[in-house]
Design a protein around this ligand. Structure first.
Ligand code: NAD
Ligand code: UDP
Length: 313
């Protein structure tokens, strides 16, 4: 009998890559998703695999799975700013009630639980680069608060289950990740810039484009998550590529890569948009022996191929 893994948000960008990885590692995978922001096409290639099950379910409602479970990975949540701004209540519910349901299930099954936290717990950070012991600078009642505070609550609740119930828990703080299966219209900067460049439209940089991000290729992230899950480290761990770039430079890079004639134009900066973001990954190096293997340029190649098919078909 293969060991079973439950992956919530399994039809999403990251969740679907995790399904692939756990199947390749010899697990039986249950992907649970209500398709709020995900797409069944991300897991279509897995349908028919006897070691894969898809459960169409809202994890903010009571979660049940028959039989034993080895691991629960809670990845369900709207994740891009335009998604969570459109669905503030669902975002807060899946981060709070959804997490509570998954923790209860993990406790019942004696499973180890890993939650997808985020660099957004640092808010608009006043410390740079961000280390796990930085408590962050979040506006709880600002527009991004619905996501940031849901994730902060999710971390706190997960820690409480760990300390109070002795549940085996893991917390990954994910920094901006990219790769095939990102949604073209999710409003994040990478799909926005690539699709604009491929269509010959101007690239919309928000503000003056001087804000920074650090982009991680999805295969590196999945490897970091896999190692964290197997490790014995229960505190939060940053997983991200520390190669930082301004949004303006990133736009120029995309224009060059696509050979597009597009220009960069500037639009209003969204409220509370973090000015800088770069992970300190010394903890991941120390406890997981993990660091990214792909440069941004290497990761952009398969990502561009994926988007070309979507945009130009
Ligand atoms: P995504 O939108 O592609 O995937 C999220 C999935 O969760 C979708 O398939 C969606 O349908 C599903 N979902 C949402 N609410 C649900 C609910 N109530 N019940 C069941 N399913 C539900 O986003 P993603 O980029 O793959 O993000 C996955 C997780 O990783 C999220 O928790 C996100 O906060 C976290 N994260 C992602 C990034 C990133 O750069 N992609 C960075 C930090 C954290
Ligand atoms: N951004 C931009 N143009 C876009 C979309 C986003 O300049 O069309 C900026 C956004 O303001 C932010 C950065 O790019 O400063 C990253 O945005 P994204 O939504 O990808 O992720 P997050 O803000 O959550 O890091």
């Amino acid at each position: 009998m293969k060991k079973k893994v439950l992956i919530t948000g399994g039809a999403g960008f990251l969740g679907s890559h995790l399904c692939d990885r756990f199947l390749a590692e010899g697990y039986h995978v249950i992907a649970m998703d209500n398709l709020l922001t995900g797409d069944i096409s991300n897991i279509e290639h897995l349908m028919g695999n006897k070691d894969f099950e898809f459960h169409h379910h809202d994890v903010s409602k009571y979660v049940h799975v028959a039989g034993d479970l080895e691991y629960v990975l809670h990845f369900a949540s709207p994740a891009s700013p335009i998604d969570y701004l459109k669905m503030p209540i669902q975002t807060m519910k899946v981060g709070s009630l959804g997490t509570h349901n998954c923790l209860g299930l993990a406790k019942d099954k004696g499973a180890r639980m890993l939650i997808a936290s985020t660099s957004e717990v640092y808010g608009d950070p006043l410390v740079h680069p961000q280390k796990e012991d930085y408590w962050g600078n979040v506006n709880p009642v600002g527009p991004r608060g619905v996501y940031d505070e849901a994730k902060r609550f999710q971390e706190a609740l997960t820690m409480a289950y760990h300390t109070y119930h002795g549940l085996e828990t893991r917390i990954v703080r994910i920094f901006n990740t990219f790769g095939p299966r990102m949604r073209l219209d999710d409003g994040r900067v990478l799909p926005a810039f690539i699709s604009q460049a491929l269509r010959g439209e101007d690239l919309t940089a928000f503000g003056d484009g001087s804000q920074t991000r650090s982009f991680t290729y999805v295969d590196d992230l999945v490897e970091g998550i896999y190692r964290l899950l197997k490790s014995d480290y229960a505190g939060p761990v940053n997983i991200g590529n520390p190669d930082e770039i301004t949004i303006k430079e990133f736009g120029e890079e995309i224009i060059k890569l696509t050979g597009s004639k597009s220009k960069i134009i500037y639009k209003d900066l969204p409220k509370d948009d973090p000015k800088q973001r770069k992970p300190d990954i010394s903890l991941a190096k120390e406890v997981l022996d993990w660091e990214p293997k792909y440069t941004r340029g290497e990761g952009l190649k398969p990502t561009l191929e994926y988007f070309k098919e979507k945009v130009l078909k």
